[in-house]
Design a protein around this ligand. Structure first.
Ligand code: SF4
Length: 709
């Protein structure tokens, strides 16, 4: 076990989710004895959530791997670091030599972007591999945001965020920030921020198929059928134009496509989309009027909009609605943060970020150096030149988090070689030949490279580790440097050097030394207008109606004319978890099992389903069984299940998670169900049938255990 650097008070940002809350941590006798929100953090101002406790739980987790292991038949044996890195480099080189570089694939999991060490060192290793088969969690999450930002503003990371602290009217779709504390909107302490908004006379309107925790504290909640948000947004835009409420404001001279947007929206008036969306035409028109009339307003859409078949259209239309109402780049509207370490520093106008190659089997386009992860299974399964023969996973668990994880689970053992850089033996890494576990959480330094780009206030903080490593441990960046050095002769800066350089050349001209001197973080103030200067489109203008998005409206038009499925499945975020990462924290998993299917009382009664029954959920891809909870908080025709569960698979080395196995949402999802425009997996709005399980076992119900079918 690593040892505490010193007793006393430590300050650091929590990197378990996008909110990056500041923490004040007391260490006594080498152990964490107190952990609370840091009131002096200028972004989180003392806010914290129950998940922060997981930092200490995961640090002390006896299941966490601390040195390399190699599979030998059915067992695992320890390896020295040098031997492990030699072996991995040799096997990857061998596969690349025999079948070509693309035969080695890489999957980067979501924690990659929460760890500066991984994020700033993995690139050198990827360049050494020279594979086009790169995948990540982006395409099961927020790819539509990146595509819309690229098409409209010229860079995948020019994603605007709600200026929540100064708005008077917050319209949100497919988002539950009270539970997430913001996503692509780093806004810790969301409950307080929403309270403050309403206290200053503001209004919160939530449009969602579920009466979420956020909807429960909003001024208004409107049910909407999953997957129809694009039509709803077009109807809002049509109403704004038709009722003469459009007022683009200061940016009008810099925007192209206003007329094309108006024309496109004319085909989707409220009266046409009402039945399909489940929202009355009068309600749609009233929401549009109220949004346009509020002194300061912002519309925001998140994961429920991104992970559906029209994800790209949704994220485009959210920005477009803001733009035509003059809510873009103004106080209280959608704005762009200016982070101290700015990834856009040095980016050039009109640079190409997409479509430079395609996936071998389905021809799906690359975006920002990656292919849609929905193509991963088929690229492993279909024979031919370029077939994936080896896989590297980094901080990821695609068996639980990507479409048809069950198929991937069956394909992984057929690989010629697999290596995982991961501290846990999870549902995916249990298939690896070698696991290289990096230091974790409190053992690492942290500067949040990514999420200051999405923060609702400009701040920066760098924090030192609380624990120093034992001789058997390595940092993530040491692992990637070790692999890179064995595969290529290109040197690279350490993450710390890169952060310092980025800070010095960034917009706030600061440095690592300056940040280290103030462990609570530095406040650079509220967001400020930055357009047109920050635009990176080739012509330096905003494209309000990009051609690819207009063309995709044909698909929406066709869907609107077709029949609606009887019952569809949506996901749900939970406060005490984030994907599957924290399922091995006993504190966070306490209480009733959370992997339950929520079902409306009307749908339950029509299927003779009772509270607590074990039910079978069947999709075109598979069947799982989970207990159900009957609720009035879901729209009829919709059922909801959290993702990240499914820990009953043999060989998973996470003892707490195995006590709460649940079943995996992604054993139901289908890799062919995509947002065609962006390549993001359409996990939400999945047609399913639900019935009482034939295995009605009162004991199984009492223990609330869900099992794969
Ligand atoms: S919301 Fe919770 S998990 Fe997220 S950063 Fe804050 S304390 Fe950590």
């Amino acid at each position: 076990m690593s040892t505490a650097i010193r007793d006393g008070k430590h300050y650091r940002a929590c990197n378990l989710c996008e909110a990056v809350c500041g923490l004040a941590i007391t260490v006594e006798g080498g152990r964490v004895t107190d952990l609370r929100g840091d009131p002096l953090d200028p972004l989180s101002r003392g806010a914290i959530c129950p998940k922060a406790a997981a930092l200490t739980d995961l640090h002390a987790d006896p299941d966490r791997l601390r040195s390399p292991v190699r599979r030998e038949g059915a067992s695992w044996v320890s390896l020295e670091w040098d031997a492990a890195l030699d072996l991995v480099a040799e096997r990857l080189r061998e596969v690349g030599k025999r079948y070509g570089n693309d035969a080695v694939a890489v999957y980067l999991g979501n924690p990659t972007v929460h760890n500066s060490g991984t994020l700033l060192s993995v690139g050198g290793f990827l360049r050494a591999l020279q594979t086009k088969n790169r995948f990540s969690a982006t395409s099961v999450d927020q790819l539509p945001h990146h595509v819309a930002a690229l098409e409209m503003f010229g860079h995948p990371f020019l994603i605007p965020v709600p200026d929540i602290d100064r708005t008077d009217h917050f319209l949100m779709l497919g988002a539950n920030p009270l539970v997430s504390n913001g996503s692509l909107m780093t806004a810790p302490g969301m409950r307080e921020r929403l309270k403050a908004l309403r206290k200053r006379g503001g209004r919160v309107v939530v449009v969602d198929p579920r009466r979420t925790e956020t909807a429960a504290v909003a001024d208004e909640h409107v049910f909407i059928r999953p997957g129809t948000d694009a039509a709803f947004l077009l109807a809002l835009i049509e109403a704004v134009f038709a009722e003469g409420l459009a007022n683009v404001g200061r940016l009008e001279p810099h925007i192209d496509g206003i007329d094309a947007l108006r024309e496109a929206a004319q085909a989707f008036p409220a009266e046409r989309v009402a039945d399909w969306t489940g929202v009355e035409a009068a309600t749609i028109r009233r929401i549009a009027r109220e949004f346009a009339a509020a002194p300061r307003a912002v519309a925001y859409g998140r994961i429920g909009l991104s992970t559906q078949t029209f994800g790209g259209l949704c994220q485009w239309l959210v920005v477009a609605l803001n733009a035509i109402c003059g809510r873009l780049d103004v106080e209280g509207g959608l704005m762009w943060p200016l982070p101290a370490y700015d990834m856009l520093q040095g980016a050039k106008r009109g640079e190409q970020h997409a479509g430079r190659w395609r996936s071998r089997v389905r021809g799906l386009p690359e975006f920002n150096g990656e292919l849609p992860v929905a193509a991963l299974s088929e690229e492993m399964q279909v024979p031919g030149p370029g077939q994936i023969r080896a896989l590297v996973t980094v901080a990821g668990n695609p068996v639980l988090s990507t479409p048809n994880g069950e198929l991937l689970d069956r394909l992984l053992p057929e690989l010629e070689f697999m290596v995982s850089v991961d501290p846990w033996m999870n549902e995916t890494t249990r298939h690896a030949d070698v696991i290289l576990p990096p230091a974790h959480g409190l053992e690492t330094e942290h500067y949040d490279v990514i999420f200051h780009h999405f923060a609702v206030r400009n701040t920066a903080r760098f924090n030192e580790p609380l624990y120093e490593l034992d001789s058997e441990q390595r940092y993530d960046w040491q692992i990637f440097a070790g692999l890179r050095d064995r595969l290529s002769d290109k040197p690279a800066l350490s993450p710390r050097e890169r952060i310092d350089l980025g800070l010095q050349h960034g917009p706030h001209r600061t440095s690592l030394a300056e940040l280290r001197a103030d462990p609570h973080g530095i406040d650079y103030g509220a967001l400020t207008p930055c357009l047109p200067e920050r635009l990176l489109t080739a012509d330096g203008r905003i494209a309000l109606a990009p051609r690819a998005f207009l063309a995709d409206l044909v698909r929406l038009d066709t869907a609107l004319a077709g029949p609606a499925p009887e019952l569809v499945l949506i996901g749900r975020r939970q406060l005490r978890g984030n994907n599957s990462w924290m399922h091995n924290s006993a504190r966070l998993m306490r209480g009733p099992d959370r992997c339950t299917l929520l079902i409306n009382e009307v749908d339950a009664s029509a299927r003779d389903i009772h509270e607590g029954d074990l039910v079978e959920i069947e999709s075109g891809a598979g069947t799982i069984r989970v207990p159900c909870e009957i609720t009035a908080d879901l729209m009829p025709g919709v059922v909801s299940l959290p993702h990240g569960f499914g820990h009953a698979r043999p060989g998973v080395g996470a003892s707490v998670a195995r006590e709460h196995p649940g079943a995996s949402y992604n054993d139901l999802t289908d890799p062919s169900r995509l947002d065609n425009l962006t390549g993001n997996a359409a996990l939400n709005g999945l047609p399913v049938t639900v019935r009482p399980s034939a295995r009605r076992d009162p004991k199984a119900l009492a223990s609330s255990r869900a099992v794969p079918a």
